[in-house]
Design a protein around this ligand. Structure first.
Ligand SMILES: [Zn+2]
Length: 76
């Protein structure tokens, strides 16, 4: 299951109705940027309609790998 998701590599928008392919350096584009990229083949100086974006540190649920540690109970 491959689901394209943001953030957009160009405008950093986190949600878009549709994620699009972009240039190799920006493989994931939002709908607006992707459309622009397809039409103009450039994203220079392009900023989609401003979105409300709060500046906050990246908070992503980290991958929690729970290792089963060998039990320290020894039957002697
Ligand atoms: Zn974008």
């Amino acid at each position: 299951m491959v689901k394209k998701q943001g953030p957009c590599c160009h405008c950093r928008v986190m949600s878009s109705p549709l994620w699009r392919h972009g240039p190799p350096e920006k493989p994931v584009l939002c709908n607006a940027c992707g459309t622009r990229w397809r039409k103009k083949a450039t994203l220079d100086n392009y900023t989609p309609a401003p979105q409300v974006q709060r500046k906050q540190p990246k908070k992503e649920p980290g991958c929690r790998i729970v290792k089963k540690q060998p039990s320290s109970h020894h039957n002697l």
